[in-house]
Ligand binder design. Structure first.
Ligand code: NAI
Ligand code: MG
Length: 391
């Protein structure tokens, strides 16, 4: 039997992950779940939000489900640390970023697919009223490099400054003192770009998408976007049935609301992928619906894109939407070849949404709080129950 590392993390991560497991069990997916410690509690108690024992569990079992974590700025984190650990040089790092880096989970997949009948679906004005374009877009975000690789400085050391001065465009900054300068680099490699592009083309082929869009900005970021663009053109030759489109990130954000239904698979660098996937998620219902996969060569971790929503963590019964987490579990099933079970769960979710009788507070556009039930919202558990009864 397969073992899945279950990492609920913090806040509502602890609420939604058990709901996903309930659905996995109901659909007949047989697995052992081992608990992986991760998140704020472990930062406070141990000075490490991502204990080595959790990394070891993932190394052994390869597949993880992750809820959400709470992150706070460096100083706030230091303040909450157990008194016995203070001043000993512990520094807080986001454990999910840590996981992506440790296991080189370089391919992030974020599907944004509308459910029929979702009251949060994007609508658009047209000649005779309004229309509701069905979005079916899957974003492939490079997950480890680019602007989020973390190679950055405030007051760059002299060596770095000197190296940069070899570039003619540095003339513009020649009178700025290093201590008045902050630098974040955007490093893109041929290897990682090839991997994300190939994974995206393969996905498009497998699931029948007719176009793949590289969303970058090669006219300005001539080197990094330029390299990705050249590679995309080369790789596209091996996929004759799939049209290669390219858009600039800024223009794409505008087209998002003009013709979102035209896009199939989209590929982008880390930060642009982060932006574009939030943009598309907004069209299909927002954080309660946004699922994701982080896939490396060896290990894969599946998680909703939302955070720990601390303001709702204490509510009992819970009000948050478990669908993003459950859909992330479906991506896990696809990854390990249990596609039929994933399909069953997705159709059950589709039925519940189309029927429209059971809706979490976000689907009713209510302000979150303990009183949402009196307006007819269902609880997290009731949403899961409805999905299970439609399996
Ligand atoms: P958040 O995603 O936790 O919540 C933002 C708002 O979105 C919530 O207040 C709620 O209104 C709504 N929301 C989120 N999940 C929902 C769900 N399942 N159903 C219905 N509504 C939902 O983001 P926020 O408030 O910016 O951050 C809170 C904490 O989470 C921070 O400590 C942040 O660092 C962390 N975070 C962690 C992430 C992760 O674990 N991957 C991602 C984003 C934020
Ligand atoms: Mg984001």
């Amino acid at each position: 039997m397969r073992t899945i590392v279950s990492m609920p993390g913090d806040g509502i991560g602890k609420t939604v992950l058990p709901e996903a497991i309930r659905v996995l069990e109901a659909v007949g997916f047989e697995a052992n779940y081992v608990n992986g410690d991760i998140g704020w509690d472990f930062w406070i108690k141990e000075g490490n939000a991502l204990p080595k024992r959790t990394i070891d569990l993932l190394s052994e079992h390869k597949v993880g489900l992750f809820g959400a974590i709470t992150s706070k700025p460096k100083d706030a984190a230091e303040k909450e640390l157990d008194p016995s650990l203070k001043g000993k040089g512990y520094v807080y790092f986001s454990p999910i970023v840590g996981l992506r880096q440790h296991f080189n989970l370089d391919i992030c997949i974020r599907p944004c697919i509308s459910f029929k009948g979702n009251p949060l679906n994007f609508i658009r004005r047209c000649d005779n009223g309004f229309e509701e374009p069905m979005v079916n877009c899957v974003i492939f975000r490079q997950n480890t490099e680019g602007l989020y690789a973390g190679v950055e400085w405030t007051n760059p050391p002299k060596m770095v400054r000197d190296a940069l001065e070899t570039h003619p465009k540095m003339k513009f900054f020649k009178d700025v003192a290093s201590e008045d300068m902050a630098i974040s680099t955007r490093i893109v490699t041929r290897q990682a770009s090839k991997r994300i592009l190939t994974a995206a083309f393969e996905y498009a082929k497998k699931y029948g998408y007719k176009n793949l869009t590289l969303c970058e900005k090669p006219n300005v970021l001539r080197e990094t976007s330029g390299m990705m663009f050249k590679l995309a053109k080369e790789i596209a030759k091996d996929y004759p049935g799939i049209e290669l489109w390219d858009t600039n990130i800024d223009a794409q954000m505008m087209w998002l609301t003009k013709n979102p239904e035209n896009y199939g698979v989209i590929v982008a660098e880390n930060m642009f992928g982060d932006i574009i996937s939030d943009g598309f998620a907004g069209l299909i219902g927002g954080l309660g619906f946004a699922c994701s996969a982080n896939i490396g060569q060896d290990v894969a971790v599946f998680e909703p894109t939302h955070g720990s929503a601390p303001k709702y963590q204490e509510l009992n019964p819970s009000i948050v939407n478990p669908i993003a987490m459950i859909m992330s579990a479906c991506m896990m099933l696809d990854h390990i070849g249990e596609n039929d079970k994933a399909k069953k769960i997705r159709s059950a979710i589709a039925k519940v949404i189309e029927e429209g009788k059971v809706r979490t507070y976000d689907m009713m556009k209510l302000k979150g709080g303990a009183d949402v039930f009196k307006y007819g919202a269902c609880s997290t558990q009731q949403m899961t129950d409805a999905i299970i009864s439609n399996l």
